[in-house]
Design a protein around this ligand. Sequence first.
Ligand code: 3H9
Length: 686
Amino acid sequence: MSDLVTTRRLDRVLVVTIDNPPVNALAPGVAEGIAAAVHAAQTDESVEGIVVVGSGSTFVAGADIKEFGRIVAGERPMLALNPLFNEIESSAKPVVMALHGNVLGGGLELAMAGHYRIADRRTKLGQPEVKLGLIPGAGGTQRLPRLVGLETALEMCVFGESINAPRALELGLVDFVVETDLVQAACAFLLTAPPPRRTRDHTSNLLNPDQAQSLAGRVKPEVGRRLRLQTAPLAAVDAICSAASLPFEDGLAHEAKLFAECLYGEQSSALIHTFFGERTVSRIADLPKDAKPLEIRLAGVVGAGTMGAGIAQCYAAAGIPVLLKDADPTALERGMTGIRSALAGQAAKGRITPQEAEQRLALITPIADWSGFERCDLIIEAVFEDLDLKRRVFAQLDEIARPGAVLASNTSTLDIDALARCTRRPERVVGHHFFSPAPVMKLLEVVRGAATDDEVLATTMALAKRLKKTAVVSRNAFGFIGNRMFGPYRAQAVSIAEEGAAPWDVDQALYDWGMAMGPLAVGDLFGLDVAWRMKQMALKLGIAHLDADTFEDRLFGQGRLGQKSGAGWYLYGSDRKLTQDPDVEAQLRLYAAEMAIPQRRFSPERIVERCLDALINEGGRLLAEGVAQREVDVDMVYVLGYGFPAWRGGPMYCAARTGKRKIYERMLRRYERYGPFWKPSEWLRA
Ligand code: 3H9
């Protein structure tokens, strides 16, 4: 047996253990080892049955994702798991899969190749391949519908969400759920001499081909809407529905063909990049391994506005008691009302139980003064984005907070070092930039000030994990990574509108490319007043060569602040639904004439190219300045915080795909024609 798979005997049962830490991924040798053990057991008369189990904390979390890049690069042959799983399924002796931890992707496919499945109560089962731009490729689209029916199989494979063991039991995906020792329970079951039972033969759950086709016709538009522009989910629908019309082996061949198309497609590489990217960003090159995180037993949030209330909810969701302070009783009450209704909404949608909602609410203490803040291990301010106001808050925190407490700011742009200097403990100050809505958005942009010490950074990274956020570290610089890049990106969108494109065409081009929202509509969302203020700061600091006077500034000057005032680039009804405003376009053309801006037509491709080039170039500047650690950090900020499509991998990933040289050359041409905005960053030049 290989090191990855070992066998032992428990009475008349052969126990096959997969041992490939940390997640027992199906690296080359794992499935081979299991199949070989099953094969050998066929001729060993002393073996009556076989149990397959994972060592450590999990069964199998899927195929080894690291292999996919190697396959695409031609360094490795395509995975050939089907013959091995078929060998297991064909065993003349019963095979029980003993499941715990994560049974995902190829792991669930392996489990379904067994004859019976017994699971620990806390097991999670799923086919998350679509999240990597793939479909199940080792029989999942053929065996899963046989066990749970087409509709449930679609739900699981198309959206990639896992289910828990009790639900799997209800669905017939597992046969037993136990609280006792898994292997003992599996062995005891085998000694009752259950007959081998092949999943492939279980066809009673399948619809007839016509029904399957009409189901596919019904779900595809919904899939197209919910997972816009993604190819793998639609391929999953095809593969699963084919289970109803094709014999099992043909179904496997059809699945294999679709799997290969997805694997060699661009979306899969980009999504695999984001999978590893989300994990890479937690590694900080110069943070000593022995930097010990502080335990956060009580947190304080200053400011009960949208952000403060949202941040308090994040802490409560992680089980951390939190004091929510606002000196204005109306604001405090509004904040708490918002929290109550958000929690009730989550309970109504079944995301949490009503008891969990109660528990979370009980962890949040609204407070008008500073009482209790002296006990907090961490205090985060989320007051209005104004440097002087935040300075005063930090000076006050310095008076109140206990020695050693972490003092964090939720600022999205301001100078963390300037805030740190208002205290006598700048080493305890750090930026925790949450994104709105804080309980939903996964990104936490962490700002490491010049003095921030290792313990504070280690505490922040550990805390982010507890809050279920992905932390990306930025050095202190105006706008950090996210907002600093957003300025030039939006500036291009505004310029293109000034040069002749209708604002909605600019937004539509980027939306159709995959962005969650167009950049001008985003301006309306966060407020053209905020955009204006940010630009003034950037201009003062001489960042990114933004134009001092633009059409957007005119809109702001007219009191068109975006959604909050009912009008910005668009018009908004009371439901905040947007409509195009012909007056904006008429004004735009007058503005262009007044400013003598030559007018031209823009194709959607050209709009996307110019906006992305601006985004990428600013990302390059941040890398060259050392504000961002790595390309992947920039990518994760954009994918997790700015609606950049994960299946495009992030701006810097896109740059690599397009070719840095190509982008550099067109930047240089624009730089020579249009001036300093387009000066290529050192990163692009290198
Ligand atoms: C598939 O199965 C295709 C099939 O249909 C067959 C086709 C032919 N491979 O996330 P964590 C690493 S596609 C390689 O921090 P957690 C991960 O990078 C696959 N490595 O822990 C990390 O490494 P490091 C379908 C993997 O407890 C370490 O393990 N399966 C894999 O927060 C710990 O991971 C999936 O998509 C893997 N499959 O979460 C499941 N999985 O320490 C993907 C993890 O060096 N995995 N690693 O950074 C997950 O969703 C989560 O990792 C899991 C654990 C929930 C399992």
